[in-house]
Design a protein around this ligand. Structure first.
Ligand SMILES: [Cu+2]
Length: 641
């Protein structure tokens, strides 16, 4: 299973596609690693290919520079000449001072993602108290006390600068000893690079939201569906998607068609390399610094023990794979044997991957696995309720319903009530009065009902915070005519690994696995609940909260000291990684005694999710979807007073 360097499967057989950065030593480490000499150990040992800056005082210069990830030189946004920006290593309890010089011809900013600090230091122009961005040619000084530890990151909050390279890791070493041991420590920063100007990417999406979606189902797929599912069901399913102006393969707006996925700034062709010695425990600090891309991460041959999520310790959980949303971080510990391993991070839509190698020998690399098949969104991802689902629907597909527990369907959340009749009419059949117990039908597609084969949480009780029952009651037009998606009955799906990861034979991390290591920080019950709908209009590529875009919205006003429950209802069929600045999101994963703290929470398509917020930070804060091209609309200002 182990291969020598440059023996790759698939499209990686062209190692000559080496990245080149003009006037910089950024790629030199990568190049020198290939020599494979033991003398390289000293430098290779610590190398991450992203420079590290340590201490309390930092001088950061934002600039532009020629980069080349694809064979075509392009201008990237760098910090101190580096893309990704340098790793900043702080110490809990220190006061850090960061002087940020803006050498760009436009306003810039740096936001310290997931860091608890005063609003004035948070770095969001015109929302953070007294901060209006860093004007060209000027220097802005940030200063704050570091009150936490763990793995975080920083990025620009201006324009599309994050897409063009302004993102970097933050590591905060704790005051207290850590609750686990390891011998080696690597940042694994994932990101997405495009040669296109992000303003062009955005303009294309505005014009045609499927512009980059080459996975759209084809005529061949249609014929296959017709054969397998019959005309009636194929038609009805497709009609559903068409009504929503969505497709079952709307997994990512911007895809591998334009993106090159990077691991620590290295392309899949180059790969990033992390060295270890046999017997060592290696801590990997995964950070998703992408503009738009979710990754499914695994290291074939290795179990990963997740020890922290979004910088905060969790009870260790051993997994084969995890999904990391934009802006999330996960710390895992691995114990490699004496061999090379591929760190494989495929994008959620399987349009590409980022890749690295853990190896005891710089000359040794490992096989790169094939990507998983492109997943289809299911009715569950559409937030449909199956509780009232008529048998007729099943019959349409020619299925045997015997032995199928209906609670399964209910858990899966597909409501066919409103569709039954059209179903029947479309099929030209009237199922009324038929004896359902008698239908013996071949070729049942269990997958459809079990949501691509996901094991349903049978008999699982309602979520403890489920005030309103399973049904979300809002009229189709409640959030305005600009909204063209509406989830009928979004469920809590904490133990759902998500589309593309269900029943894949691997142990995949879910939010239900996340338990605070030491216990809930603030055990108070929430004083009030705020329900926020994530809404959108795909045909106009407009994203919003409660149907209202940021520009048209009043700030959310919260009171200092209150304890809130935020419940997101995702009316869209995309994942949205929601990020609250300045305060923790205490995610209700089922065990109220061990509520984990996060700064970014994925709200799955057609689902809902709740977290508690202790409102303990005064001033103005940003609250938004962290997908860069969703942010313009799916964004709220929070004012705490
Ligand atoms: Cu979004």
């Amino acid at each position: 299973m182990r291969y020598r360097k440059n023996v790759f499967s698939g499209d990686l057989a062209s190692p000559s596609r080496r990245r080149f950065v003009q006037g910089l030593a950024m790629g030199s480490m990568a190049a020198s690693l290939g020599v494979g000499s033991r003398a390289l150990w000293a430098s290779a040992d610590q190398q991450q290919k992203i420079p590290t800056l340590k201490g309390r005082d930092f001088d950061l210069a934002i600039g532009e520079q020629v980069v080349n990830f694809t064979g075509t030189p392009r201008i990237g946004t760098t910090v101190n000449g580096s893309l990704p920006a340098p790793i900043l290593r702080w110490k809990e309890g220190d006061t850090v001072t960061l002087r940020v010089k803006n050498n760009l011809p436009e306003t810039s900013s740096i936001h310290w993602h997931g860091i608890i600090l005063p609003s004035s230091q948070d770095g969001v122009p015109n929302i953070s108290d007294g901060f209006h961005g860093i004007a060209p040619g000027t220097t802005h000084t940030y200063q704050f006390k570091v009150v936490q530890s763990g793995t975080y990151w920083y990025h620009s909050h201006s324009g599309f600068q994050e897409q063009t390279g302004l993102y970097g890791p933050i590591i905060i070493d704790p005051k207290e000893p850590e609750p686990f041991t390891y011998d080696r420590d690597y940042v694994v920063m994932l990101s997405d690079w495009t040669d296109e100007d992000p303003t062009v990417v955005y303009a294309k999406l505005k014009k045609l939201s499927h512009y980059y979606n080459f996975n759209e189902r084809t005529h061949k797929d249609l014929m296959k569906d017709l054969k397998e599912k019959g005309l009636a069901r194929t038609w009805s399913e497709r009609k559903m998607w068409m009504q929503m102006r969505m497709s079952q393969r709307d997994l990512a707006d911007v895809t591998g068609y334009t993106y090159t996925y990077l691991m620590n700034g290295q392309t899949p062709a180059d790969g990033w390399t992390g060295l270890f010695r046999k017997g060592e425990k290696v801590r990997l600090r995964f950070i998703n610094g992408s503009a738009m891309s979710f990754f499914d991460v695994r290291i074939p041959g290795l179990k990963m023990t997740v020890v922290a999520a979004d910088g905060q310790y969790v009870q260790p959980v051993s997994v084969d794979e995890f999904r990391i949303g934009v802006a999330e971080t996960y710390d895992v510990i691995v114990e490699p044997d004496d061999g090379a391993y591929t760190i494989f991070a495929q994008s959620i839509d399987r349009s590409g991957y980022a890749r690295g190698t853990l190896t005891p020998d710089p000359a040794m690399t490992a096989e790169v696995p094939a990507m998983d098949p492109v997943p289809n969104l299911t009715h569950m991802d559409m937030g449909m309720d199956m509780s009232g689902m008529g048998h007729g629907m099943h019959n349409m597909g020619g299925m045997d319903m015997k032995g199928i527990d209906h609670s399964q369907h209910r858990m899966g959340g597909m409501d066919m009530k409103g569709m039954d009749h059209s179903q029947h009419q479309m099929a030209g059949m009237d199922m009324k009065g038929m004896d359902h117990s008698q239908h013996q039908m071949a070729g049942m597609d269990h997958g459809q009902h079990q949501m691509n084969g996901m094991k349903m949480p049978m008999g699982k009780p309602a979520h403890p915070s489920d005030f309103t029952g399973g049904k979300v009651t809002h009229a189709p037009t409640e959030y305005g005519p600009q909204v063209d998606m509406r989830a009928d009955a979004p469920q809590y799906r904490l133990d759902d690994p998500g589309v593309g990861l269900r029943n894949n034979g691997r142990r995949v991390l879910t939010y239900a696995d996340l338990k605070h290591l030491h216990g809930t920080n603030d055990p108070r019950e929430p004083d009030r609940e705020i329900q926020l709908h994530l809404t959108g209009n795909m045909s106009r590529y407009m994203w919003s909260v409660n149907g209202v875009k940021f520009n048209d919205a009043e700030p959310l006003r919260w009171k200092m000291g209150e304890r809130l429950r935020i419940t997101f209802v995702n009316d869209t069929m995309m994942n949205h990684p929601m990020h609250l600045h300045g305060m923790w999101s205490d995610l209700e994963t089922g065990d109220n005694d061990f509520i984990p703290r996060k700064h970014t929470v994925i709200v799955q398509p057609g689902s809902r999710i709740s977290y508690r917020v202790t409102v303990d930070a005064e001033g103005g804060w940003a609250y938004h979807c962290h997908l860069l091209y969703h942010m313009l609309g799916m964004f709220r200002e929070v004012q705490v007073s």
